[in-house]
Write a protein that binds this ligand. Sequence first.
Ligand code: ADP
Length: 617
Amino acid sequence: MYPRVILKGTLFKKSQQKRRTSPCNYKERYFVLNTQDLTYSERRPGKKPIQKGCIELCRIKCVEIVRSDVPIPCEFKYPFQVVYDSYYLYIFAPDNDSRLKWVRALKEETKHNSLSLTYHPDFWGDGRWRCCGQAEKLAPGCSEYYPTGTASKKPLPPTPETQPRLSSSEQKIVVALKNFSSVEETDIPLHKGEEYVVIDSSEPNWWTVRDKDGNVGMVPCMYITEKLLNNIEKYEWYNKDITRTEAEELLMNENKEGAFMVRDSRQAGVYTVSVFTKAPGSNGEKNPRVKHYKIRETMSEGIQFYLAEKYLFSTIPELINYHQYNAAGLITRLRHCVSRDTGNSPRTKEIASEKWEVDPEDLTFGEELGCGQFGVVLEGYWRGNKVAIKTVRKDSMSDEDFKEEAKIMMKLAHPKLVKLYGVCMQHSPICLIFEFLENGCLMDFLRAKKGSFKQEDLLGMCLDVSEAMAYLESSNFIHRDLAARNCLVSEKYEVKVSDFGMTRIVLDDLYISSEGSKFAMKWSPPEVINYTRFSSKSDVWSFGVLMWEVYSEGRLPYEYRSNSEVIASLNAGDRLLQPRLCPETVYQLMQWCWKEKPEDRPSFALLLHQLASLADL
Ligand code: ADP
């Protein structure tokens, strides 16, 4: 009986390295799969094809997609592998569809062979397997091999030796948002809520995934969401293997409002946030006490996490970061993380504080520069540096918060951020010691030099601020009060961002609360005005207003309108108008910053990129 042809078509193959020195090259071949073998031939126009290879199907041990990020130097970019005897043949298909057809057909034809139990999902290169790093070409595979692509035959459960060695952090897992029924032969169905391992995500709309039974096929990306693995072990606030009682003990010892940690809940796979508070309880609760909040999950738009109220986040670190700034239903915001490992040895604390405490003996106080929100600002000297000394009235902030915030602010260092050198607690009022910037506050500078700016000056100012903000964004730090009045101008006319984090150390409700008279309503997005919901994306809105201030040369936004009129016009979809000096491209960026929904606004990283490319023109 003649063998029946199953599939045929042009593919590329990587030629076998027979000799070590032979270069690795890619050849176009015409492949034919029939019920007996897989052959490939060279086809030349007008000539008879020459068969270049033939692999009997009974010798094939593994057929699988190659998951790799190495650039593929031939026209066809979708690799799969055929492992037979001890050879690896790499074949490249023109698209994912075609690759899947070949892999499926080959698997189907070889599924009864005595197959490998494991395989290498990536290429061999530079003397090692790229997937597992093993330096022996014949080293056993590092991933479990599924010999069949159809549900009709489930793979055998792996034996302990053949457990996939790919760690979960290397695997991308997705969860189905909806049910999906296969339309084409190369698809597999999706069942809402089930997890799938991503095998190939190079296609923008259709990914190749493997379900729990080992079936491989394509699914529409719209129907799945990435399960961001909550790699939380690296975070200081996470305490692995700590009991509720131990957590309570540590937090009570710390005795600080908002001291918190994340720990494993008794229920496997669930986490709990434990937080210390001195706030009075409602029904005779102990005071002070530790409250425990379970981190809950919901599946409405992919897996999302939340705590007390439904403020949803796709990862636990994002959720914690948010609640470090916003109580949002918790008894207090998460202020100081407590970790069992860092310990609270008095010695470490002492050393840390030495670095940020400035000795008043080293300070020389000079003339008054201006009057700030929290007190007078003086010029001065500290260890030979000209500095700005910001005094803070004692009643305007809590001592404890102040130290913690100042420590965080000191850790932030970027050429476009005004450097905080240290704080002086031994002086009354308390002082913050900042780098001195000769040309003072940006808003005053813009007004004073009105009419003299070139386009590149204005764009350069926005670019400077976006650099600082992209840095704060990447440090998970929210400014909360970005505006031209809170930026300063250096001797070389660079703009630097100042006052970052200051709103977190003041107790002044007029400043913090959206109803307060000092609240920067005209720089705030709707979610801050309505729910005090700060984020890097609320900073992005403020940055849009700052760009507007720059291009208006220091005008006040919505100058003749009251706060309530501004809210009404924002709700109606109106935005600040395009300043006369502002090019269309920049105004488009401003409007992007003022999108109603925070998630529709660009990140600072993106804004920086856009502004930089405008500056290059
Ligand atoms: P606050 O933010 O507390 O309201 P400001 O930062 O507005 O205070 O400070 C008041 C004034 O002091 C500013 O307008 C500016 O002229 C001056 N000033 C503040 N910080 C510096 C600094 N680092 N270098 C030079 N001048 C400064």
